[in-house]
Design a protein around this ligand. Structure first.
Ligand code: SAM
Length: 274
């Protein structure tokens, strides 16, 4: 995310563009996000990018304990000065490589945050790997990313992100947030989304890597017909046998269609498909 101004210090902290630091300064929006999360006292919840603590402080009013993953050492020092380790465990480092699985010891955990927009897509893909252990996720994201996440087939916003996330999660846009609610204000509109993992049986790809391959190939050249984009993976005759017209384009297929194509690929390479 690019920003209009990065010179003005917020609370004495100079926002770092490389860490996507656009801090929430609108109290009503912070409360609305925490109300949407509705933390329960004993929940295991991890906040990604607590920053100056706009959400952290409100979350800690409702939780016994909170986990946070933060990359900026200056912000970590500030957070530690405000909350002791008995209330806030800070995992210092990069959320893109953080092993969220370690939070699952006491059952499904919850995830929330006003995400750094510059890494939001890879972060969502990283989190999807832990979907089986996650109860739900609430994120502030660039509005355009939320539109892609929730897009239906035949929409311009429907693409790889829509299919790969909708395969693992039910996704709902909750509300929009304008740039003036942040300091510094981002150049883009934002929105808060809720993601709830689908039960494993709902849409089952025998091999999620095959699903990723089919989806990447189909959307790699989204204006081309499936018989061309999928040629290296699935023959035209196989598409016809599955009832998928080879002249269609990726944007016409549902998530379920992509799962059927992936399972066809898995079956042909000798993998066990239920
Ligand atoms: N939660 C705060 C708020 O709402 O005001 C800050 C949100 S700011 C958009 C993003 C936060 O994520 C910053 O605190 C930033 O330092 C942190 N961050 C950026 N990249 C990160 C990464 N790779 N891993 C963990 N935290 C990161």
């Amino acid at each position: 995310m690019t920003s209009r101004k990065y010179a003005a210090p917020a609370n004495g902290h100079f926002p770092r563009k490389r860490f996507g630091q656009n801090f929430l300064v609108d109290a009503a929006v912070c409360h609305a996000i925490v109300d949407a999360i509705a933390p329960g006292t004993g929940d295991t919840l991890v906040e990604i990018g607590p920053g100056l603590g706009a959400l952290t402080d409100l979350l800690l009013q409702r939780l016994d304990h909170l986990h946070a993953v933060e990359i900026d050492r200056d912000l970590i020092a500030r957070l530690k000065a405000r909350h002791g380790p008995e209330r806030l465990t800070i995992h210092a480092g990069d959320a893109l490589v953080f092993d969220f699985g370690q939070l699952a010891a006491r059952g499904p955990f919850r995830v929330a945050g006003n995400l750094p927009y510059n890494i939001s897509t890879p972060l969502l893909f990283h989190l999807a790997r832990f979907a089986d252990a996650i109860a739900d996720m609430h994120f502030m994201l660039q509005k355009e990313v939320v539109e892609r996440m929730t897009a239906e087939p035949e929409c311009a916003a429907y693409g790889r992100l829509s299919v790969m996330l909708q395969y693992r999660f039910h996704i709902e846009k909750l509300f929009g947030v304008p740039p003036e609610c942040f300091d510094p204000p981002p150049r883009v509109d934002s929105a808060v989304a809720r993601l709830i993992p689908r039960p494993a049986a709902e849409l089952a790809a025998a091999n999620p890597d095959d699903l990723a391959r089919v989806v990447a190939a189909a959307f790699g050249q989204r204006r081309k017909m499936l018989r061309n984009t999928l040629k290296p993976l699935i023959a035209e005759s196989e598409l016809e046998r599955l009832g998928i017209a080879p002249t269609r384009r990726a944007e016409a297929l549902s998530v379920h269609d992509f799962v059927r194509l992936a399972n066809n690929l898995s079956r042909r390479s000798g993998q066990c498909v239920p």
